[in-house]
Design a protein around this ligand. Structure first.
Ligand SMILES: [Zn+2]
Length: 494
């Protein structure tokens, strides 16, 4: 079979916390990734799960494995603070922005999809919206009720986690402890803290905007239900890989597993591999402009960074490592990207490569043994639980290696980019170079700016405000921003 070529693909499975061989269970691997709740802009850190899932998809394709990828869009049922009670995030946003719930969902879904495109994330096969699957969710909850897994309380229908034998395995939960000391949200009649809502009934006297009738009264589905229902509807009862941010490993995915395995009751794990990406730690203060609102990809672009620089920043860390987002790190990523593009541009056009087999055949055709060895090294890196930092280092090694022929290097770069997705085949240096720093200026330009600033300081000393303002306007026109500090004026380029 085609996928057995090269190194065995190994992935870290959160279920069991071990790196395991990945073997597809079907001709087309089902891949489900938890998507956004579309009530606000997605912040920068929240884009990491999709770049990670995209890397996984590219790696599977590299090994000749066909994939069907589903990412859900949560446009109903997600209460504030991930709790089971209270208002929906969507409904609150609609009130805040004086728009309809549909408009809110549509607007933020579009913004998120545009960010994915900018990050060169390949489109999923399906983006199901939760609101389109409420009937199926009700059916699913009815089955659980018939099987005796549920109980009703004033606020809705709850899943009784004590009836789920393996509950919490994914999160390595200490069950007894979790049931006693879990989250503090008080729900009247709830038997255990870990029990969760399948159906959230309307509170008496409160009419929700998004409401459906159900055997448990008017209301809305619980948040966890949608992923079980939509993944099974689009990928079949069982599928191979489920991904998400590491925060989902502790609650959302635990509950997805409990309700799905209760529903299927076939003594098989519902999903075989659970993969979770770590956080991006944002120090928003360091990007001064963004203070006070959600830092998103569009802000980075406005500050002069290319989306591919952010992708490179993400791939520079392993998906299971936390990443510190800082302007220094972004500057470094942008500089690395700029150098990469400058180095690979003369090699274009690159050959079309998607799989290891294709890369090997092309490298073979060049007769370049060094290039062939780099293709194998790329395979070794990506099959080792998607070790993108090592893959990037391998690419840099190849670009510096005098032993590799130009024809061979073309294949190596194309092979690396089939996995990295950094657009090394078509990204123009001029696209990346939007951000200017003083180092980009000629010495005489810097001298001219500093002369103007000195003149302005002098004018201020002489209380010649008109002249000082005039000079400030001149500097402004040059894109120079002056900041007066106790130690004297400093400047930067906008
Ligand atoms: Zn989910």
């Amino acid at each position: 079979m085609a996928w057995v070529t090269g190194h065995q693909l190994r992935l870290y499975n959160s279920l069991g916390r071990l790196t395991e061989d990945f073997t597809p269970s079907a001709d087309v691997v089902g891949l489900y990734s938890c998507g956004p709740t579309v009530y606000a802009y997605q912040h920068l850190g929240n884009m990491r799960p999709y770049v990670f899932a995209d890397t996984l998809r590219r790696s599977l394709r590299w090994k000749g494995i066909a994939v069907r990828h589903v990412i859900n869009i949560t446009d109903v049922g997600h209460a504030v603070a991930d709790s089971d009670t209270g208002e929906d995030k969507l409904e609150l946003a609609a009130e805040r922005e004086r728009r309809s719930v549909d408009e809110i969902a549509e607007f933020y879904t579009k913004d998120w999809l545009a960010a994915l495109t900018a990050l060169n994330v390949q489109p999923a096969d399906e983006y199901p919206r939760a609101s389109a699957y409420v009937d199926q969710m009700i059916e699913f909850a009815k089955v659980l009720e018939d099987k005796g897994y549920t109980y009703q309380v004033p606020s809705g229908l709850y899943f009784d986690t004590s009836k789920s034998p393996g509950y919490g395995q994914l999160a390595l939960l200490d069950l007894a402890g979790q049931r006693e000391t879990g989250r503090v949200e008080h729900v009247e009649g709830r038997k255990h803290n870990s029990d969760f809502a399948l159906w959230r009934a309307e509170e008496p006297g409160v009419r929700r905007i998004m409401r459906w009738n159900s055997p448990w009264g008017w209301g809305a589905p619980g948040w966890h239900l949608e992923c079980s229902v939509m993944s099974m509807a689009l990928l079949g009862d069982h599928f191979d890989i489920h991904t998400g941010g590491v925060d989902h490993r502790e609650l959302h995915h635990v509950n997805e597993i409990a309700q799905s395995e209760a529903f299927l009751a076939d003594d098989r794990p519902w999903v075989r591999y659970w993969l979770h990406n770590e956080w991006v730690l944002l120090d928003a203060q360091k990007i001064a402009k963004s203070a006070g609102h959600t830092l998103r990809l569009a802000d980075l672009v406005e500050s002069g960074y290319h989306p591919m620089a952010y992708r490179l920043f993400l791939l520079g860390g392993h998906y299971r490592s936390q990443l510190d987002f800082t302007t220094t790190a972004m500057d470094a990523a942008q500089a690395t990207l700029r150098r990469l593009i400058a180095r690979v541009a003369p090699l274009r056009p690159l050959p079309r490569v998607e799989t290891l087999d294709e890369a090997r055949a092309l490298a073979d055709g060049t007769g370049d043994q060094a290039a062939l060895a780099y293709v194998e090294a790329i395979d070794a890196a990506i099959t080792n639980d998607l070790a993108t930092p090592r893959l990037l280092a391998t690419l840099q090694d190849a670009l510096r290696d005098p032993e590799v022929s130009t024809a061979g290097l073309r294949v190596v770069v194309a092979a690396a980019d089939a996995l990295l997705g950094l657009r090394l085949g078509d990204l123009e240096a001029s696209e990346v170079d939007q951000r200017r720093t003083p180092e980009d200026l000629a010495p005489q330009e810097v001298a001219a700016i500093e002369r103007l600033i000195a003149e302005r300081t002098q004018a201020r000393k002489e209380r010649n405000w008109a002249r000082a303002d005039e000079i400030r306007d001149e500097l402004d026109a040059l894109g120079v921003q002056v900041t007066d500090t106790p130690a004297g004026p400093t400047w930067q380029l906008r």
